[in-house]
Design a protein around this ligand. Structure first.
Ligand code: GLY
Length: 275
């Protein structure tokens, strides 16, 4: 019987921004400790994503960039290799939108937006920053800079072969309040099927136009090219070079890999197969 070794990969956003490699590694360690003690890929991906959402250095959750009207709106998505998906768009007062998205996995409705998403989250007692007095701080975006470091993403694999991709963002900086990026859109910012998953980060419009995560997924699956080669193909052929974009991927064996055309911190961990 083939032994499946747990693993995780996470990224801390594509684009110029503060140094954030060490912060990212804390999230990967969290996922590794969950997986090492027999936890599921779902728990590992969500808890690692929450650590990134809670760290104000990342553009997600608490550190989300402020929109042109001064609002802080968060998006998140989660997909399991068995086909379940959950996503939330433009949530106010929500430092941990990934927990709301994860709660949608087993619901008939799998996507919610804006005030309706917040209402649904309140009914399930998800953290409400307004109630807790814990406003997302928000980072000031710069109209002239591309982005301040965009989106967080985690992919985890457990020893049952379950794979889960979780992504979260405040959106690209200096975007209007109604704008939707790639993170909550299946196939664009993320795709997981069976034991293979891809997550994207960067300029949402470029990623969405390319249906980037799904296209890279299909290439790995159908052409059998390596994770790295397939992600490089996706960025080099489907994305214009002026757009900062990065990808991470994790398959049924081996560690994860990250590829980007800009600065993108990423870190991976795989359990020791001899233990
Ligand atoms: N990649 C995040 C966004 O464009 O919103």
């Amino acid at each position: 019987m083939e032994i499946i070794v747990p693993a995780v990969i996470a990224h801390g956003g594509a684009g110029p921004g503060p140094k954030r490699q060490k912060n990212l590694e804390i999230a990967v360690q969290k996922a590794a400790s969950i997986l090492s003690s027999g936890g599921t890929a779902l728990e590992a991906a969500v808890e690692a994503c929450v650590i990134l959402e809670d760290d104000p250095v990342f553009n997600a959750g608490t550190g989300s960039v402020i929109r042109t009207d001064g609002s802080v709106l968060t998006d998140a998505s989660i997909q399991v290799g068995d086909g379940r998906v959950g996503f939330v768009i433009a949530m106010e007062d929500t430092p941990n939108p990934i927990r709301v998205a994860a709660d949608l996995l087993d619901e008939e409705i799998n996507g919610l937006t804006s005030a309706g998403a917040r209402l649904w989250a309140d009914q399930r007692s998800h953290l409400n920053a307004k109630v807790e007095g814990r406003s997302p701080e928000g980072q000031i975006g710069d109209e002239n800079a591309e982005i301040t470091g965009d989106t967080v993403g985690v992919i985890a694999r457990d020893n049952t072969g379950m794979i889960v991709v979780a992504t979260s963002t405040g959106g690209c900086s200096y975007r209007p309040p109604g704008r939707v990026g790639d993170v909550p859109l299946p196939g664009s910012g993320f795709w997981a099927e069976d034991c293979l998953a891809v997550a994207a980060t960067g300029i949402g419009e470029a990623i969405t136009r390319a249906l980037l995560s799904n296209k890279v997924y299909e290439r790995i699956k159908n052409k059998g090219t390596s994770l790295e080669e397939s992600m490089r193909w996706g960025i080099d052929t489907l994305i214009s070079p002026e757009h900062s974009v990065g990808l991470i991927a994790l398959g049924p064996n081996g560690p994860g890999i990250g590829v980007s055309n800009t600065d993108m911190p990423w870190a991976t961990w795989e359990a020791d197969s001899n233990k």
